[in-house]
Design a protein around this ligand. Structure first.
Ligand code: CO8
Length: 261
């Protein structure tokens, strides 16, 4: 089913599973990976039958051990600037995707790997997962959102220490710090992530898109403006067929059947 070289794409009913598939390079994120993910995410977003996605890494060692250092080692700085290198990750995966997607982190999530996981709507981690922003050790700094998203996720103290020293966080600390929603045994990670995605896919689809938009808005706006946006969104959802169906189904003690309208 997958026409891509660096990722695998599988459909599990209404859930799309993306697997980073460069295990020999610990799933390092090359430009080719971004090009493949951009195309695969666009297809997911455009397909009305697909309602939620999971992204994970192949192999049992890494989600992704970072941006591809070998690709970047010799690249002139002017090329990074001219290409606006790394801009595509936020533009094509985060901004272009209204449907929810979950990162199932199955091992190392370092540098760009940690940053990709944080682009997802939330992270479920295996018990052997570890997270870090080791760029400082390479003479650079995070470039795909790490200094911003990690700080919002775990607060200044931990983000600053991790970015300044490259110290990794294990799964237990990541859960304590609010970086991940849940930690599960490695053998159960994919099944748990897919089960969670199926649960989201079973919700009224306009509701899931609205929730994602609103929670993300909490990072971008004042409390007052966010509360107004939430109330307006609530009011708009009240005009949908799925609201009528959801309330009727509750009263009639049956499961709702959603139209996404
Ligand atoms: N890029 C390219 N290849 C990688 C990467 C990477 N980020 N990480 C691992 N690999 C490759 C290794 O080179 C190795 O390949 P080979 O077999 O051909 O030598 C293979 O994957 C297996 O890796 P290791 O042998 O190192 O596996 P270990 O179990 O010994 O170690 C680690 C695992 C600790 C995860 C180790 O691989 C590591 O430290 N990796 C790099 C982590 C890192 O620094 N990530 C941040 C990358 S920087 C980034 O994401 C932001 C921008 C970077 C710009 C760089 C400009 C110079």
């Amino acid at each position: 089913e997958t026409p891509f070289e660096t990722i695998l794409v599988e459909r599990h009913g209404p859930v799309t599973l993306f697997t980073l598939n460069r295990p020999q390079a610990l799933n390092a994120l090359s430009s080719h990976v971004l090009a493949d993910l951009t195309q695969a995410f666009a297809a997911f977003e455009a397909d009305p039958a697909q309602l939620c996605a999971v992204i994970t890494g192949s192999g049992d060692k890494a989600f992704a051990a970072g941006a591809d250092i070998k690709e970047m080692a010799e690249k002139p700085a002017a090329d990074f600037f001219a290409e606006d290198f790394f801009a595509g990750w936020t533009r094509d995966l985060v901004k272009a995707t209204r449907k929810p997607w979950i990162a199932a982190v199955n091992g190392f999530a370092l540098g760009g790997g940690c940053e990709l996981a944080m682009m997802a709507d939330f992270i479920i981690a295996s018990d052997n997962a570890c997270f870090g922003q080791p760029e400082i050790r390479l003479g650079i700094a995070p470039g795909m959102g790490g200094s911003q998203r990690l700080t919002r996720a775990v607060g200044k103290a931990k983000a600053m220490e991790m970015c300044l020293t490259g110290r990794m966080m294990d799964a237990a600390e990541a859960e304590r710090s609010g970086l991940v929603s849940r930690v599960v045994p490695q053998a159960e990670l994919l099944a748990e992530a897919l089960k969670t995605a199926q649960a989201i896919a079973a919700m009224p689809p306009l509701g899931t898109i609205a929730v994602k938009e609103l929670v993300n808005l909490a990072f971008e706006t004042t409390l007052d403006q966010g509360i107004v946006a939430e109330r307006r969104t609530f009011q708009v959802l009240c005009a949908t067929q799925d609201k009528a169906e959801g309330m009727a189904a509750f009263v009639e003690k049956r499961a709702g059947v959603w139209k996404g309208k």
